[in-house]
Design a protein around this ligand. Structure first.
Ligand SMILES: Cc1cc2nc3c(=O)[nH]c(=O)nc-3n(C[C@H](O)[C@H](O)[C@H](O)COP(=O)(O)O)c2cc1C
Length: 323
């Protein structure tokens, strides 16, 4: 069940992708998701040097024989030293099956990926950018709505609207994300016209995720009201855990300060340190409103198996309405 254009195109068992996660998208998590029949993703930008990045890809290849994805986030860089072109070179050399890009138009890298037979998923947060992704030659477009962890765009439009509209607007397969954490969410995304789902927050609360256990526990204990939108003033909005660091960021934004001052609170270094040390208040932690739907920490395989069996139950319930 649940064969879609995504499972066909990517040669995976289930139309479920684990989206890229800065600091956390490591080979072990990506491989666990791919081994379970989904599409796992590791993040290029975790690795500060090209040899480390290449080693990480090789590690993922040693852990799974199934297709996995490498995320290359091309968001406005908050630190100098852009490695993007080199990341793509290594991706091609190592024969990675799938790439997820986000943040900037990927068109410059499309010919390289096409020539190597690598499938490109471009993630966007607005209908106009979904059209642009299709025109640029992306094989799949991911649309995320306001509920999502990380970057929901600047327009405050929810997954319910964006998923539906993008699926009606582009011809290429569509992944829908933002607030999806269970089988009901998956069926809803397919009902909107999607060919599959992307989940981030749900995969943070897994045994394989390297975030400090205190963050996983926080996800289980927190509700849909415990996230906050920050960084609107620098047009790089993100949804994050409502903690001291995020409140401080918002306070500074309300005072009208610029990027240098904001960076004292939002720097990637601080986020990474807090996520690995378990300091719940010290850094920005991207997390979505799906926190309200997550009640347990379990292996990634269990997440996928549960989503599929819940989705089958939901389908049966819906089918029963027709009698
Ligand atoms: C901790 C965390 C870090 C993330 N970092 C990135 C990233 O570096 N690049 C990216 O494209 N998306 C990133 N995302 C977004 C996810 O790939 C995915 O689009 C999003 O989590 C989907 O929404 P959901 O959290 O409601 O499932 C991140 C998500 C989380 C939870």
């Amino acid at each position: 069940m649940f064969k879609t254009r995504i499972t066909e195109l990517l040669k995976i068992k289930y139309p479920i992708m684990q989206g890229g996660m800065q600091h956390l998208g490591v080979p072990e998590l990506a491989a666990a998701v791919s081994n379970a029949g989904g599409l796992g993703t590791m993040n290029a930008t975790i690795y500060p040097t090209i040899p480390e990045f290449r080693d990480a890809i090789r590690k993922a290849k040693s852990l799974t024989k199934n297709p996995f994805c490498v995320n290359v986030s091309m968001l406005p860089t908050l630190s100098p030293g852009e490695l993007t072109p080199e990341y793509f070179k290594v991706i091609v050399e190592e024969g990675v099956a799938v790439v997820e890009t986000a943040g900037r138009d990927p068109k410059d890298f499309v010919p390289l990926l096409k020539a190597a037979g690598i499938k490109l998923i471009h993630k966007v947060a607005a209908v106009k950018y979904a059209k642009k992704a299709e025109a640029a030659g992306a094989d799949i477009v991911t649309i995320v709505g306001l509920e999502c962890a990380g970057h929901p765009g600047m327009d405050d439009v929810t997954t319910m609207i964006l998923g539906n509209k993008v699926a009606r607007t582009v011809k290429i397969p569509v992944l829908i994300g933002g607030g999806i954490a269970d089988g009901a969410g998956m069926v809803a995304a397919l009902a909107l016209g999607g060919d599959g789902v992307v989940m981030g927050t749900r995969f943070v609360a897994t045994e394989e995720c390297i975030v400090h256990p205190s963050f996983k526990k926080w996800i289980v204990d927190s509700s849909e009201n415990d996230t906050i939108l920050i960084q609107r003033s620098i047009r790089n909005m993100i949804r994050a855990m409502k903690n001291d660091a995020a409140r401080k960021c918002l306070e500074l934004e309300n005072q009208g300060v610029g990027l240098p001052e904001l960076l004292t609170v939002i720097s990637g270094k601080k986020s990474k340190a807090s996520q690995l040390d378990g300091d719940l208040s010290g850094g920005i932690f991207a997390v979505g409103q799906a926190t309200g739907l997550i009640n347990d920490i379990k292996p990634a395989k269990q997440v996928i198996d549960d989503v599929i069996s819940e989705a089958e139950t939901v389908m049966n319930r819906l089918n029963a309405f027709q009698q």
